[in-house]
Design a protein around this ligand. Sequence first.
Ligand code: SAM
Length: 239
Amino acid sequence: MPPKVLCQVWNIKIIVSNSPKELAQKFFTDTVSTYDSVAKYATLGQDKKWKSYIIKKIRGDSILDLACGTGILTRMIAQKFPKSEILGIDISQNYLDVAIKNSNFSNVSFLNQDAEKLSLEKKFDSIVSSYIPKYCDAKTLIQKCVIHLNKDGRIILHDFAYPKSKLVQKFWHALFAMLQICGKFIPSWSFAFANLPGLVKSSDWIEQYRAELESAGFELETKYFAFGCSCVITAILKQ
Ligand SMILES: C[S@@+](CC[C@H](N)C(=O)[O-])C[C@H]1O[C@@H](n2cnc3c(N)ncnc32)[C@H](O)[C@@H]1O
């Protein structure tokens, strides 16, 4: 699909081009060496706070981190749950290599798999993911999670959201304008910084995943962070 400029606000281009899946492939090809720093600074230090909330919601002895990337969340889970069995899966081997290199936990393992084609021998008490929902089809991903979830299990999904407040939208656009300037100095990120705002703005992942989870029999808790720029859905199977 040829790139289409949706609108231009605060000097940033909002581009909608490839499908979310194609965008994920492009975002995570050459960005691995700087990913952890970008996740920290581009979210103004909030990424750790959002992940800490995910950790608070985790229950059980077996935990699956979908799209674990370089393993930032996986390591936080391993520190908090030293006796649990933890598996991180990701579609990108580059990212997994860094996750493996950075992990010295005996209870953590990693595997290369597409979350939408998840096929594991085992089931989990908690399935968590930070930043995967917008890249995947809600129905497919929830079906795969449900198959791999123990009775009484829970699914915790986190991603960016487009804020509803007009004032916060101005700040959001300003932040991406700044990131797009930064992208001129970190070329490996320029594509991601140019395309991420369009992806986040056009994504209705919160509504889609909520609908899929509700129809699969989960009770939901939805919490927004950073004035609506980030959201965590905690889904617990109804008794
Ligand atoms: C923004 S990173 C997030 C990494 C990690 N969850 C974190 O919070 O730091 C997104 C990750 O999702 C992975 N990813 C995207 N689509 C995927 C899919 N369908 N299956 C598995 N991993 C996927 C990418 O390879 C990338 O490592």
